[in-house]
Design a protein around this ligand. Structure first.
Ligand code: F3S
Length: 754
């Protein structure tokens, strides 16, 4: 079930009717985004008009994709659902755990040894439950998805924020947490707040040094890292159709950097060409038959202001190459202004390393255009001043660029080819000397450039550019070099200018690959056993959480009253804890260690009410658990904002916290808590936060008549013998109340398949 043409055909056969129903309901022409969303409603045909930015809607995504770091918990949870197979086509991609150090072969072999048990686990779960498995070295999730699974008009979710890359092939593809992936694989609807719509009209045509990357670098400069929040960005216009499909992928990929829910493009000939080149001419032919439903209505694009919440127009003929950074992807500087800006801001001018590739920019077109510059090094008697690295996005691309001689050219300029994996893009770059934390500049064609992201050095100034600009700057070794106007001094002392890059949208002799790295699942996986060693410290099979005991909760201890910002990073830190993502008990040792204790303003230092001593949060909670005492976490505003990681809800549940009571929740975290069978409560009066005292013992009353819309009551027993009663609200509906009663949403799903 890794790929199913029949499902795509079925979707296309229903599309005309579904789009017509939505158009009739809304009584106006539709954007592409609306067509995709309304044709993926969980209930089928559109009968309700959803309010953008307000309505929560249940959708039925076509696919799920997971990368190896996030797949672990998603699949451990899925295993509890009791299904024999995933409900929708799903894939796992091993790309995040491979460190870039020496070269692809050495690095890949080391990763396979180091993460063997994780890979074996992912492979065996995939085999058992009908999930396509892409081995380490096969490529980066988003490139592999674009090459194999994305299809125009489809909807997918993926456990990685750059899932949005598939918008390049006309999808609505959205990054989610593992719990959402688990739900969809288990056959449940997927809920999303109906997004706002941003239209980007592209006029003109790219030429010379300007690349698709410059479009999104420019958009990021306009919208900033927050400008796309809660919105889907839809690109249209002659500039959009004149661009390659993979170029569109690059633009959608970096939509994550403006906070957009996702980005997409209407179906056009570039997509048809790409589908055909990647062995999917059948999908292109099927898409051609319904192509008017795979793009926005003409009236929408003629008067976009009437249909989008915001419209931006960019003329590609006038667009200049950009470099964005340092430390943030929205600090956009046109290449002609870079020198001036760098000098003014004290950014180191010497470029130490140029890095191309990653899921954002490793298409055949990207690499061929970069190679056309690398070729000029020898031809113009130049020397490449900076180090240069390539991380191909997939084995399909790597094999083809090797066969077509590009890797040889790069080799001649001293390039290092890393494994087809995330590597330096996610801090998995063992860069020599990074530990000295020297101030230095790198340029890369990835998407993110926050401090420490590439090499762990907070003083590495990383600038994001197109592969072409990165290559030119690596040759020059100078951040202030403008290849459009400046010359370089060659070995003969002559001034030479680099010619503008040229390349191929698709390989002229076709894509080729020996072993793409794909492992199809067993037809019948019922006899497959999932490999998890009981002694493993990285993986642990999950036990179902216990059902509610049927009584009010009495005698809970206050675990921590968190002060101020408490994001999912404060609740479940990343960094060194990443390796325990598949081991709930081990990763629970990071529970709330970043939260600030209201009473002493310290992190990870709270009072153990049983001993009176202060200690770490996880250890204190484990002491309560050992004593059979439940606890409660109290928090401030927007508790649980940040990533959607489900560990932030699973850890407290696992360690015996019974309720989280806050002034307000970030919605995804609130839902995650509900899914895990926790009580997510808010103060009816926010001032009651001040009534919570460090030594409080707490009762939660009203659970025996727990119902939607009815507040619960909390009694605070203070250590001086007094007590106070406060009201707390909740947003549980009937179904969510059943999750609480059964112990977790998954416990209910499991019963359905028992
Ligand atoms: Fe990997 Fe970086 Fe893309 S971490 S998935 S290459 S954004």
């Amino acid at each position: 079930m890794a790929f199913d043409f029949d499902l795509i055909q079925k979707h296309y056969s229903q599309l005309p009717e579904r789009v017509a129903a939505a158009r009739k309901l809304l009584g106006r022409p539709l954007t592409l985004t609306e067509k995709i969303l309304y044709s993926h409603l969980w209930d089928g045909k559109a009968t309700t008009i959803f309010e953008r930015g307000k309505s929560y809607v249940d959708f039925a995504p076509d696919r799920v994709a997971m990368q190896d770091a996030t797949a672990q918990m998603a699949l451990l949870q899925f295993m509890q659902a009791g299904r024999a197979k995933v409900a929708v086509p799903s894939t796992v991609h091993c790309d995040h755990l491979i460190q870039a150090k020496e070269n692809s072969t050495v690095d890949l072999n080391r990763a396979v040894q180091e993460s063997k048990e994780v890979y074996d686990f992912l492979a065996s779960v995939s085999n058992k439950y009908g999930i396509g498995f892409w081995k380490p070295g096969a490529g980066i999730i988003h490139q592999v998805v674009l090459e194999n699974y994305a299809f125009p008009g489809g909807m997918m979710i993926g456990t990685d924020s750059h899932t949005v890359n598939a918008g390049g092939l006309g999808m609505v593809a959205i990054g989610v947490g593992g719990a959402d992936a688990c739900d969809v694989m288990a056959g449940l609807p997927w809920e999303l707040k109906f997004p706002k719509l941003i239209g980007v009209k592209l006029t003109g045509k790219l030429s010379g040094w300007t690349a698709p990357k410059d479009v999104i670098l420019k958009v990021a400069g306009i919208l900033t890292v927050k400008g796309g929040t809660g919105a889907i960005v839809e690109y249209f216009g002659e500039g959009a159709t004149s661009m390659s499909c993979t170029g569109k992928g690059t633009i959608c990929n970096m939509g994550a950097e403006i906070g957009a829910t996702t980005s997409t493009f209407g179906y056009d000939e570039s997509m048809s060409r790409y589908l055909t080149a990647t062995n999917r001419a059948d999908i292109a032919a099927a898409a051609d038959l319904v192509k008017e439903h795979l793009t926005g209505d003409a009236e929408v694009y003629a008067e976009p202001e009437k249909y989008f919440d915001q419209v931006i127009e960019i003329n590609l003929s006038e667009l200049e190459p950009h470099l964005n950074g340092p430390f943030t992807p929205d600090l956009a500087t046109p290449i002609s202004k870079m020198k001036e800006e760098a000098v003014k801001n004290g950014w180191p001018l010497k470029v130490e390393v140029g890095l191309i590739g990653s899921c954002t920019n490793s298409s055949y077109e990207d690499i061929s255009r970069a190679e056309s510059l690398a070729k000029q090094v020898a031809a113009k008697k130049l020397k490449t001043k900076a180090e240069f690295t390539i991380t191909p996005g997939s084995e399909l691309v790597r094999y083809t660029i090797e066969k077509d001689g590009f890797l040889k050219t790069f080799d001649q300029i001293g390039a290092k080819v890393f494994a087809n994996a995330c590597g330096p893009c996610i801090g998995m770059w063992d860069r020599v000397g990074a530990d000295k934390q020297e101030k230095n500049t790198i340029v890369h064609s990835f998407n993110r450039n926050f401090a420490k992201r590439a090499d762990g050095n907070p003083n590495t100034y990383a600038f994001v550019g197109s592969p072409e600009i990165v290559t030119a700057l690596a040759i020059a070794g100078d951040l202030g070099f403008n290849p459009l106007t400046d010359t370089l001094t060659n070995e003969d002392g002559e001034q030479v200018k680099l010619d503008a890059p040229t390349g191929y949208e698709l390989p002229p002799k076709g894509f080729d690959v020996d072993d793409p790295g794909y492992q199809a699942p067993a037809e019948d996986g019922s006899s497959v056993t999932v490999a998890v060693s009981p002694d493993s410290n990285r993986l642990q099979l999950l036990e179902p959480f216990p059902a509610w005991e049927g009584t009010d909760l009495k005698g809970l201890k206050l675990l921590i009253k968190a002060k101020g910002k408490c994001t999912t990073d404060h609740i479940s830190m990343a960094g060194p804890w990443l390796k325990f993502r598949g081991h709930l008990d081990n990763i629970s040792n990071n529970m709330l260690i970043g939260a600030v204790n209201f009473y002493n303003e310290k992190t990870d230092k709270i009072k153990n009410q049983l001993t009176g001593e202060y200690g770490p949060v996880p250890a204190t909670q484990r002491a309560y658990k050992a004593a059979g005492i439940g606890s409660i976490v109290v928090g401030d505003e927007n508790y649980g904002e940040g990533s959607s990681r489900e560990h932030a809800a699973m850890e407290p549940r696992h360690l015996g916290v019974r309720a989280v009571l806050v002034k307000s929740f970030a919605r995804i975290h609130e839902t995650n808590l509900k899914k895990q069978g926790m009580l997510a409560l808010t103060f009816a009066n926010k001032e009651d936060y001040d009534k919570i005292q460090e030594d409080d013992t707490i009762d939660i009353n009203g659970l025996t008549s727990f119902e939607a819309g009815k507040p619960l009551e909390i009694v605070l027993h203070h250590s001086n013998g007094t007590s106070e009663t406060i009201l707390v609200n909740h947003t549980y509906n009937d179904q969510q109340i059943s999750w609480f009663k059964e112990g977790a949403a998954l416990n209910i799903i499991r019963k359905q398949f028992a």
